[in-house]
Design a binder for this molecule. Structure first.
Ligand code: 13P
Ligand code: SF4
Length: 302
């Protein structure tokens, strides 16, 4: 592994490349990553960088987003099979149908979606800024896709906006049940419960904190508490265990694994960087239209 890490780091320098890694990636990828974080943070880094190549250790929609907002850069996704189950729940046709059923309502698109879908939306959001983005639209009604759980969570929190959701979800987070939280709370009564808003809204309601992967990590960093129940993908719990050895982290249940996120390996990162393969490409018309949707979000989220 040391050898792989050294080779990747050398190539990064030679080629003026950076590696962006999502917090659900295999943890050893942090050894070569320039930035590790949630989807908003990584899109901001993709926009800011003056590197020639971005290697995205994440899933397809994340690398595609990087290409949309940094079109002059070469964006590589080391394993092209790394998709997102939620993003795949809505295609362009379904999107058009959804809009047709609710004409003249602004459309908010969760970043976990394809460029073709983003191109039809008014503004993008991530799990860390969804509340802010919807509030900022200052409208009584919005369409929200593809994540029904996040959309309904936003509706509960904002109270005065009707959020009409598409019927998508993340199967990893959607699988968490009320009894899982109750069981964990009973077993660890002193622990704080930290929840990703892709869980069902009635689950998020039970959290001491609800936020993105970076939000959850930041909550732990600032907290004086010693025990935390982590209700998101296991990569977050693993990183917290590594970084805070004096604190205890309890992953809510088995099966909190995003298989797609785990497809990327150091070997594949080395191969794609060395040969500059698995490049993300996009139709320029779709790129431009989807860029509007993301740029609007980045402006609000500065
Ligand atoms: P974050 O906004 O926390 O990065 O969430 C992205 C994601 O895919 C969670 O499943
Ligand atoms: Fe998609 Fe869920 Fe994996 Fe996130 S955890 S990338 S929403 S499948």
């Amino acid at each position: 592994m040391k050898n792989l890490i050294e080779k990747i780091n050398k190539l990064k320098e030679e080629k003026n490349a950076i590696i962006l890694a999502h917090s659900y990636q295999n943890i050893e990828i942090d050894e070569v990553a320039d930035f590790v974080g949630d989807s908003l943070y990584l899109s901001q880094r993709a926009k800011d960088t003056d590197a020639n190549i971005i290697v995205f250790a994440g899933v397809y929609f994340m690398a595609q987003t990087a290409k949309i907002i940094s079109p002059k850069k070469k964006v590589l996704l080391p394993n092209l099979n790394a998709g997102c189950l939620m993003a795949d729940m809505i295609n362009h046709e379904q999107m058009i149908e959804f809009k047709k059923n609710h004409p003249n309502v602004p459309v908010v698109c969760y970043i976990n979606s394809t460029a073709e879908v983003k191109a039809e939306c008014d503004i993008c959001c991530t799990s860390s800024n969804a509340l802010k983005i919807v509030k900022n639209l200052n409208t009584p009604k919005v369409l929200f896709l593809p994540d029904a759980n996040l959309g309904k969570w936003v509706e509960r929190k904002l109270k005065d906006v009707e959020v009409i959701t598409y019927n998508g979800n993340c199967p990893v987070h959607h699988n968490v049940e009320k009894r899982d939280i109750e069981f964990a709370r009973k077993k660890y009564p002193d622990a704080k419960v930290l929840i990703h808003p892709e869980c069902k809204p009635e689950i998020s309601e039970l959290g001491d904190y609800v936020g993105s992967t970076s939000g959850i990590i930041e909550y732990v960093r600032k907290s004086k508490d010693k025990q935390f129940i982590i209700v998101t993908e296991k990569g977050v719990a693993e990183r917290l265990e590594r970084d805070y050895p004096d604190k205890k982290f309890i992953l809510i249940k088995n099966g909190m694994t995003c298989e797609s996120m785990k497809l990327t390996t150091l070997k594949e990162i080395l191969y794609s960087l060395e040969h500059e393969v698995n490049e993300i490409t996009l139709d320029e018309n779709i790129r431009k239209r989807s860029a509007n949707c993301i740029e609007r979000m980045l402006k609000v989220s500065k």
